[in-house]
Ligand binder design. Structure first.
Ligand SMILES: [Zn+2]
Length: 366
């Protein structure tokens, strides 16, 4: 799934096509889970005669290739986005799959459609290639055996064909799951592109697709709850988690698109605060708390040395010091320098990624 607002977390792996590939630590958990379920259950079932070492090496290889195929899915979103002039600085693999940080929204329904469909098409292409590979490696008799009696037929497959068969089916499921028409899943983006094309109204299309996404999340949560309570299966917990994540993401993505839409015609100077108080660098921290923070709704305070602004101070900086050690200290000891305060150009587009309150107030700091 492509997204414009994923947190910059995890380990930097490498750079591919000028896109930074990152790995969230949660991937290690899911990787362990996949390798464990393949090596501990699926592969021993398929190949009762395999030595333990073969089982685990195959499971490990399958886990690695699974994440490689997730990466291929995200890369195809990203490369198509780039063809439309949209920057994609990084892709992060995390607990629920991959997230390409696509910096801005597509400008036309056609662009939206092509960027969204590219990922599931890649997953489908991987699935088909795996299946073709398996089919071409087997003679007619073995192929018929696999189709007629999968459990027995599977035994005749070597590690490479076993991985291909598993990876092919997983990628097929991945393509199907991503095509569910709920924003921000790929299928939701495709649905949004259609509604946008028909109505000419991107916001209406987004509302439609994200509402569908929210309901889809609830349905998955419902199925998970049913699985948990009626079937007493712990797999239900996983579905509840995924469903919650999807509905949360749908709501959040809609809010993000709506905010971008509202801010689109504005510059930072249109929404920044222009009337604020300043404080002197010599002021005691306790006096700042009593006279400024507790008496005003101003969150960020420019700190002045004479007529020059040398930094900012807010509740955050005060809170970093325990109450007992604030005694006798001045704002000079805790202020954030101007360079760290994230000053913005007043003519910058207001819809640029997350211009926080801190940055906004800085725009007019003298
Ligand atoms: Zn996708």
């Amino acid at each position: 799934m492509p997204d414009g607002n994923s947190p910059r977390s995890g380990l930097r792996l490498f750079t591919l096509f000028d896109i930074e590939i990152r790995l969230d630590v949660s991937v290690l958990f899911i990787f362990g889970l996949i390798v464990y379920s393949l090596g501990g259950g699926v592969f021993p079932d398929w190949h009762p005669t395999w030595p333990v070492s073969t089982i685990w090496v195959t499971a490990f290889g399958a886990g690695i290739l699974f994440f490689a195929s997730l990466l291929a899915h995200e890369l195809s979103h990203s490369l198509i986005a780039r063809r439309y002039g949209i920057r994609v600085p990084r892709i992060t693999l995390f607990l629920f799959g991959g997230m390409a940080e696509i910096e801005s929204e597509a400008e036309t329904p056609a662009a939206e459609f092509n960027i969204a469909i590219a990922g599931p098409l890649m997953s489908l292409a991987i699935a088909v290639s795996c299946m073709i590979f398996v089919a071409s490696a087997l003679d007619r008799q073995s192929l018929e055996q696999v189709v007629a009696n999968p459990e027995l037929g599977m035994e005749s497959l070597g590690p490479l064909l076993t991985i291909s068969l598993w990876l092919g089916s997983v990628n097929f499921l991945l393509a199907i799951f991503n095509m569910v028409p709920g924003f921000p899943l790929d299928g939701g983006r495709v649905a949004r592109a259609f509604v946008w094309r028909v109505t000419g109204d991107r916001m209406l299309a987004t509302r439609f697709a994200s509402t569908a996404g929210k309901y889809f999340g609830w349905i998955i949560m419902g199925v998970g709850l049913w699985e948990l309570l009626a079937l007493k299966s712990m797999g239900g917990l996983w579905l509840i988690l995924i469903g919650w994540f999807l509905s949360h993401l749908a709501t959040q993505s809609y809010a993000q698109v709506a905010t971008q839409h509202l801010l689109a015609p504005l510059r930072v100077r249109d929404i920044m605060r222009t009337r604020f108080e300043t404080v002197s660098v010599d002021m005691a921290i306790n006096q700042f708390v009593d006279d400024c923070l507790l008496r005003s709704n101003q969150l960020l305070w420019p700190v002045m040395e004479g007529h020059r602004c040398i930094g900012t101070v807010s509740l955050n900086e005060v809170m970093r010091l325990p109450v007992a050690s604030r005694q006798g200290l001045g704002l000079g000891q805790i202020l954030r320098s101007l360079a760290d305060s994230g000053a913005l150009d007043a003519d910058m587009a207001a819809s640029k990624p997350s211009p926080g309150l801190r940055a906004l107030a800085m725009a007019r700091c003298p």
